[in-house]
Design a protein around this ligand. Structure first.
Ligand SMILES: *[C@@H]1O[C@H](CO)[C@@H](O)[C@H](O)[C@H]1NC(C)=O
Ligand SMILES: *[C@@H]1O[C@H](CO)[C@@H](O)[C@H](O)[C@H]1NC(C)=O
Ligand SMILES: *[C@@H]1O[C@H](CO)[C@@H](O)[C@H](O)[C@H]1NC(C)=O
Length: 542
């Protein structure tokens, strides 16, 4: 179970001219000295992996310095611990089968969480306009001086994944204790996602429809389409993945698409003493075998996000091998090198097969009623995550092409997504969107010539410089293999980022499992980042 703070949206109106962040890259330049390939890599890195120097507030410089100093005090840390702990105490568990808000009693804890937020943040409730959407979701509107400028939307969620009762005894400290042991705050929701201070949805852990779905409608109605300068939701922590004490921060600039395929095979029933050669279950088995025999081809398109990610690692990763660096550079122009690079990633880099291709997983199956009766139907659900440059339509076309020959072989008709594509008389195979949840890959937020990206990246560099003694900070765009609540916000802004600003070692044991716990010092760093982002936005024209 995950405690999630329902999406509160912090809307800041902005003013003042944007001060263009200078293109830093001193680190890359110093590497030019003794390495003949470095000059090409530098050019590639600038094109595919633009870097920005630390962006600190100017107009609000004093305020920023005062606040960042406050954030280093123990008193502030303890306030953060108290607030997080109080939020964790309220078990706002999220369920896949949640009934509507107001009817399902399992929504009740969200009232309690609202009370806690109001108690903990009286000034926020006094100064900001608070709107409750669909009863439990929260939108906090913070009006800036210039109403003509676009606001920023900061998102989080208040729900948490449920705690499996049989695992409670495995927790070092109980899952809803919010216990602080001096290093970690323990409990469901500490990492995902009750640590976000400002803007919250209620059911991100199920489907997001009742929280973010309603908020999106409210925002579109209130602010209009394309009304936000940028949107920041939860995302990836930063880490030191390539040695040399160089921090890589990874805002997701897009997300994979999603499709649950339902395959249903119907065939005449009858007594199983006189069976056909293949029953509905047997046919379904051949279809699934055929599907698994045809995984999706990996692709590393040069105009895709993953190619940018790879170029960032090659140009700026201190311990990245020379082979990888050279292949990455050559792959910019050579198709053979691109293919070799793709194979290198698949062989050596974790998650590459999921990043490079649409994935498929046969996750559900059912069929048959009795041992002596022929099954009249058998069905399965295959989960797909659609690669960046593919689409729901391309996926459906391919599935129909894969299943078609099986239908013909068995003399069965094939209905693919509402169209009969093969006719037959001994039964029917029907392919459909299992729960009507098809989702295209998310629009890609541009990283080049985009002031919103420059602002985010410059703020990340500034904030990490303040809190860590790294020898460099690289902002590396990447993309999410899963989906966040931002799927409801595509119409609200072209600048959607999913980024956590948390060190990877902030967590005791990861999310959605036992012993969820977070270092509150990491949370303080995140607060420092968000403060800087808001102050920087106030001086930007994004
Ligand atoms: C990327 O390049 C391919 C092939 O040239 C093209 O079909 C596709 O539209 C491009 N995609 C984007 C997002 O630019
Ligand atoms: C960074 O270095 C300074 C000076 O060496 C030290 O005082 C500080 O504790 C270090 N901070 C971190 C986060 O390691
Ligand atoms: C975005 O706007 C289009 C056109 O108005 C609409 O069809 C679509 O449903 C909207 N998307 C979302 C995610 O709200």
């Amino acid at each position: 179970m995950v405690y999630a703070l329902e999406p509160l949206l912090l809307l800041c109106y902005l003013f003042s001219p944007w001060v263009a962040a200078a293109n830093a890259a001193e680190a890359a330049q110093s590497a030019l000295q003794n390495d003949p390939g470095a000059s090409d890599r530098f050019a590639a890195a600038t094109e595919y992996c633009p870097q920005f120097s630390a962006l600190h507030p100017r107009k609000h410089r004093e305020l920023d310095i005062t606040l960042q100093q406050l954030f280093t005090t123990n008193d502030f840390l303890l306030q953060v611990v108290e607030a997080l702990s109080a939020a964790v105490h309220v078990p706002t568990e999220s369920y896949d089968d949640f009934g509507p808000v107001g009817r399902d009693p399992r929504w009740q804890p969200f009232f309690k969480l609202h009370d806690e937020l109001e108690r903990l943040f009286p000034l926020v409730y006094e100064k900001l306009r608070v709107t409750k959407v669909n009863t439990h979701a929260l939108v906090f509107h913070w009006q800036g001086a210039d109403e003509s400028l676009k606001p920023v939307l900061l998102m989080a969620h208040m729900d948490v994944v449920p705690v499996e009762p049989s695992t409670v005894s495995s927790w070092v400290h109980p899952p809803y204790s919010g216990h602080y042991d001096g290093t970690y705050v323990w409990g469901r929701g500490t990492c995902d996602d009750k640590s976000v201070v400002l803007a919250f949805g209620i059911d991100e852990e199920s489907a997001g429809v009742q929280g973010a779905g309603h908020i999106a409608k409210h925002l579109e109605h209130t602010y209009g389409q394309d009304s936000f300068a940028l949107i920041v939701d939860e995302g990836e922590p930063f880490d030191i993945p390539y040695g040399g004490n160089v921090i890589f921060a990874n805002p997701y600039v897009t997300e994979k698409g999603y499709f649950d395929l339902r395959i249903e095979v119907s065939a005449p029933g009858g007594h199983s003493s006189v069976p056909p050669r293949h029953t509905a279950i047997g046919v379904l088995a051949s279809i699934l075998t055929e599907i698994e025999a045809h995984p999706y081809e990996p692709h590393l398109p040069r105009n895709g996000t993953l190619f940018q990610e790879v170029q960032c690692a090659a140009a700026h990763g201190p311990d990245v091998s020379a082979e990888f660096k050279n292949l990455a550079r050559a792959a910019i122009t050579s198709d053979a090198a691109l293919e070799a690079l793709t194979q290198l990633l698949l062989a050596h880099v974790p998650l590459s097969s999921a990043k490079l291709a649409t994935t498929q997983a046969v996750d559900l199956i059912a069929g048959g009623a009795k041992a002596n009766a022929l099954p009249e139907t058998a069905w399965a659900v295959v989960n797909h995550r659609i690669a960046e440059q593919s689409s729901v339509a391309a996926l459906q076309e391919r599935i129909a092409a894969t299943v078609g020959p099986v239908a013909s072989r068995h003399g069965l008709a094939l209905d693919a997504f509402g169209r009969t594509v093969v006719s037959g008389s001994s039964g029917r195979i029907s392919l459909s969107d299992a729960w009507g949840t098809a989702l295209e890959p998310a629009p890609v937020t541009p990283t080049r010539d985009n002031p919103a990206y420059a602002l985010l990246a410059g703020t990340i560099v500034a904030a990490l410089g303040e809190y860590h003694n790294a020898s460099g900070v690289i902002v590396q765009p990447t993309y999410a293999l899963g989906n966040t609540d931002t799927q409801f916000y595509w119409n609200m802004s072209r600048n959607i980022f999913r980024y956590a600003h948390m060190p990877a070692d902030a967590y005791y044991n990861g999310l959605h499992t036992v012993n969820e716990a977070i270092k509150p010092t990491a949370l303080v760093g995140k607060i420092g980042f968000l403060v800087k982002l808001i102050l920087n936005l106030d001086e930007a024209s994004v």
